[in-house]
Design a protein around this ligand. Structure first.
Ligand code: FAD
Length: 451
């Protein structure tokens, strides 16, 4: 009987998994997850992602056991671990869903040179290279890219989950030995709002679909959560974008468009790292390379205050505290908090990107890098650096009062409009910090650094 390996990476699901389905069609399957801290280099998983991974792998193992299989865990550099597994089991081939991060692409190339590796397109709406301009080039701007993608939609129909997988006896690591969970201190107690795993992802989608038509208006209001919160599930591939597309379209028809467009931003970010493999490290616009970012002890102290939600700007502090407690932050607030760090504190966007990399459950090389570059104004498609967001008026405009009250309890008793800017109204409580920098002063400093 033929035995093949399914290599799980960011596709931790059974349904809508073309690589797993292809492996199952060939014979017995060894489903393996390799925890690789070598290939990604300094892009090894951050703390919050490791928390998610632990729970997601446990859930995947239970799902596999329910259909007669189990998850084999191995640790180390992926290509050598995979070759050792092939030698040990006599497996004939490897199937995997394609990843676009440069460290996976080089691993795939090396593996394909020495064994039969089949890559499938399971994690995107469409393979990035298939979305092209009329003259056969790649897009760098979202809107025309989106129009071209829409011409290829709907995506493929999701393949059903296998009902049985036979798996030979193969040794596995113990998940507990990987130390993915924090212990001293356990900073993840607030992460219990999440249910990692395929069932949790489906439940999250099922909760969201009945309210999908409130998304367009509600998505910018952090105090009235109206977004799907599917991002960590999508990042780890516990649900695929094709499944989401079909369910959302069925639930809301054309009314699903504003939501599907955001799902599109995820593919679009992958389109960028496919063209610019180091996009999360290097300015998309080289013209920004000369910008004089602040460095040194004062900048370090400002950065630390930002990470801790102690900047004196309530909306920024609320967001940074939500991130720390839950491993997630509302998108509108991410934009405000990121913009504040970049433009008000004049700290290199890459430093904030790294903080998010460690603290977001869904830290994603493509989406994180692309969004930080967009906010910084350094992205290939981004607005100008000189467009500076005013955090206090954003807070008021998007009705963030109750959001601030929830995450910044020192300010909980302040009414509108003081809650957005207590210092300006002479209402700053003693236990809440003064502003690290004034808005006007920060704006002038940022514009001067650019020139
Ligand atoms: P919804 O609004 O319900 O959107 C549905 C899905 O679409 C999301 O789950 C996500 O997969 C995708 N999506 C939505 N907006 C974007 C976007 N702007 N770019 C790419 N995909 C998007 N998203 C990540 O998945 N990983 C990251 O590391 C990440 N870092 C970010 C950093 C900054 C500075 C900013 C401004 C945004 C970042 N985002 C990132 C994008 C966005 O904030 C999150 O995807 C979104 O907030 C997740 O919440 P949701 O699932 O409720 O989104």
């Amino acid at each position: 009987m033929t035995t093949v390996i399914h290599w799980f990476r960011q596709d931790l699901r059974l349904a809508d998994n073309p690589a797993l389905a292809a492996a199952c069609a060939q014979g017995a399957v060894i489903p393996v997850y390799i925890f690789d801290n070598v290939r990604p280099g300094d892009r090894r998983m951050g703390g919050a992602s490791r928390w998610w991974l632990h729970h997601s792998l446990r859930s995947l193992d239970a799902d596999l056991r329910a259909i007669g299989s189990r998850l084999i865990l191995r640790r180390g550099e992926s290509v050598s671990v995979m070759m050792a597994l092939i030698a040990e089991t006599g497996a004939d081939a490897v199937h995997a869903n394609r990843q676009f991060e440069h460290w996976w692409r080089s691993a795939d190339d090396e593996l394909a040179a020495v064994t039969t590796l089949t890559l499938h397109d399971g994690n995107q709406l469409a393979p990035p290279a298939d979305v092209q301009t009329g003259s056969g080039t790649r897009f760098r701007v979202f809107t025309p890219w989106w129009r071209a993608l829409l011409r290829q939609m709907p995506p493929r129909r999701p393949v059903p989950a296998p009902t049985h997988i036979s798996t030979p006896e193969v040794a596995s690591d113990r998940l507990e030995d990987w130390d993915l969970l924090p212990t001293r201190p356990n900073w993840a107690t607030g992460f219990d709002i999440w249910a990692p795993g395929e069932a949790g992802a489906s439940a999250r989608l099922a909760t969201f679909l009945p309210v999908i038509e409130t998304y367009e208006v509600g998505r910018n209001l952090p105090a009235h959560p109206a977004t799907s919160r599917l991002s960590p599930h999508l990042h780890f591939g516990e649900i695929g974008p094709a499944t989401i597309w079909h369910h959302a379209s069925k639930a809301a028809g054309e009314g699903a468009e504003p939501f599907l467009r955001e799902i599109g931003w995820r593919d679009y970010a992958t389109n960028l790292i496919d063209q610019f493999p180091d996009y999360a490290e290097r300015n998309g616009k080289p013209s920004l390379d000369g910008l004089r970012w602040r460095e040194g002890p004062d900048a370090d102290a400002d950065f630390e205050a930002w990470t801790k939600g102690q900047t004196g700007y309530p909306i920024v502090d609320a967001g940074m505290r939500e991130l720390w407690v839950t491993g997630w932050m509302h998108n509108r607030v991410r934009m405000i908090a990121a913009s504040f760090m970049i433009k008000h504190l004049l700290i290199d966007w890459r430093r904030g990107e790294r903080w998010f990399w460690d603290t977001l459950c869904e830290a994603d090389y493509a989406a994180n890098g692309a969004n930080w570059q967009w906010v910084a104004g350094s992205g290939v498609d981004a607005p100008l650096f000189s467009r500076i967001m005013a955090p206090l008026s954003q807070s008021e405009k998007f009705d963030a009062g109750d959001y601030i009250r929830k995450w910044v309890p020192e300010l909980a008793s302040l009414p509108e409009p003081w809650i957005h800017d207590p210092e300006e109204f002479g209402q700053r409580p003693q236990n809440y910090p003064p502003k690290r920098v004034g808005h006007r002063e920060a704006r002038e400093r940022a514009l001067a650094a650019r020139s």
